[in-house]
Design a protein around this ligand. Sequence first.
Ligand SMILES: NC(=O)c1ccc[n+]([C@@H]2O[C@H](COP(=O)([O-])OP(=O)(O)OC[C@H]3O[C@@H](n4cnc5c(N)ncnc54)[C@H](OP(=O)(O)O)[C@@H]3O)[C@@H](O)[C@H]2O)c1
Length: 346
Amino acid sequence: MAKKPRMVRVMLVGLGSVGTGFLRILQRKQQELSDRYGLAFRITAAADSRGLAVDADGLEPAALVALKEAGRGVDTLDAFLPGAAAADLLGQAPCDLVVEAAPFNLQSGEPGLSVAKAALSNGIHAVLADKGPLVLAYAQLAAAARRSGAALAFSATVCGPLPVINCGRRDFVAAEITRFRGVLNATTNFILASLEQGKSYRQALQEAQAAGAAEADPRLDVEGWDTAAKLVIVANSVLQTPATLEDVAVRGIADLDAGDLEAHRKQAKTLKLLAVAEKAANGYRLRVAPAALPADDFLAACNGWEMGVTFDSDLYGPMYFKTWEREPGPTAAAVLRDAVNIFRRV
Ligand SMILES: NC(=O)c1ccc[n+]([C@@H]2O[C@H](COP(=O)([O-])OP(=O)(O)OC[C@H]3O[C@@H](n4cnc5c(N)ncnc54)[C@H](OP(=O)(O)O)[C@@H]3O)[C@@H](O)[C@H]2O)c1
């Protein structure tokens, strides 16, 4: 007789593109998750901007997706708990895993930061799609995870499905990474491609926003802060060098126009918004800035909605990864990947 799958009780915080994408994959892959990993994920709590609903018997993923598609909030569910906040309930809620996919907030990290802290300090595993808590409090969260023995996973935060975080932490055993470079923001890469086609900056930004890929506040993308946030996460987790945004020299693409792109094109170069971490005598030098790359550079060929990274190390030689992401499905899959990787081990 087939073994019953292990049930994982999930609190899902954030029911937007990523959160509902995660729910859709859970529905679609329920059988594979059971057959291949022996796991069954049950959503026992869900939070959006209207509050929190908790049901130990499980909230149906399809019903939650339908609720959000209808423009409604968890406050319309029978399981709604008026006045309850996800972070406050984590010690008592029926929950083995928190999936945090709330809005990216570089000022306070909230609401994700409180949720992540509460989960990890209560020994509840956490998977984050939201960069904010990691950028502002990486060391604190990692220490809380170490103390409680809970896992902290966040591969979706740096280019969604692209193998950066998990691969970077796992697959450079005994190596010194001498240089990391990345085209880490698809929105700016799309805008640069549009400028290259002669479109105005304004038109290019509007098209990126219409595609739904830009951060809610586009300044995070075009001024380089989203890229810098990802670089900070890579620095802390992969390069194991404590860093904050203040350690990154940041210049975005907001002051570029079609003429800049054309001038570089005439010299057979392509402008990319590049994140770089370069090994120095004491730690890494971190910067984000437009860079003119020769055509044969791997990252010069990251076009439009593509994102890519390169790693140089003393042991493994140069490594290159690239992905194409225009909608959040692959990011939601990266959240699931982290969740499965936690529970297939414990
Ligand atoms: N979209 C991507 O491709 C992508 C890729 C990598 C990482 N990320 C990160 O993943 C996170 C989610 O992105 P998204 O595209 O899914 O965003 P989104 O579509 O804007 O959804 C955000 C969700 O968070 C909810 N929310 C707002 N305030 C909340 C609060 N105080 N407590 C709990 N939930 C709250 C919103 O509620 P309502 O539904 O009521 O508005 C919404 O359901 C962000 O941090 C983003 O930077 C996104």
